[in-house]
Design a protein around this ligand. Sequence first.
Ligand code: SF4
Length: 220
Amino acid sequence: MAEARAETVLRELRQKLDMPAWSKSKNDPFKTLIVTIISQNTADRNTARAFENLSKRFEITPEALANAETSQIEACLRTAGLYKNKAKTIKHVSKAIIENLHGTLTPILALPLEEARKALMQFPGIGPKTADVVLLFSAKQPTIPVDTHVNRVSKRLGFAPATGDYETVRENLQLLYKPGDYLAVHVLLIAHGRKYCKAKRPLCAQCPVNMHCPSKGQWN
Ligand code: SF4
């Protein structure tokens, strides 16, 4: 049974990998949004440095960032990839939140999940992954954001079809797991993808779930 195998994989990953402390608290939605925009195609350390620079210079609120000069935001984000585009996105999305939502994401976060996703994705620079991250971590809504690690690991483990797109992977994972486990699934598949199930040369021999993986050893 696929569900039983998925449960076993999650149990093994919980035993072998740490859940970071930040993932257990309910985070400010606007800050989560800004961090997620900065993190696109950027290593965690550089994301953290860019966010710290931005926080030192500005209050992380829609008002402060909508009124900031784009060049000032850019200067804070230099450690992140594509920082010019990200600075523009941050300014635009901040302005849009003020103009359309009176400066707060709270009403959107309270909507039913699919309505909330659609509403968030109408803003410039917010795609499905960013919307799902904000909804999962700041509203505890039952969704599984699919980043590059979640996508790769899910497919190798046979939890989603090899050619599945974002929505297909998300739906397949959500059918396999209980909503109460979605956050752990997201966080632990990322940690597993970083430590063992690496993109180019996965460490299948050391992998804690290799007994349950149909792709084991394909790279030998
Ligand atoms: S056995 Fe290999 S391919 Fe399968 S999950 Fe582990 S590291 Fe990834």
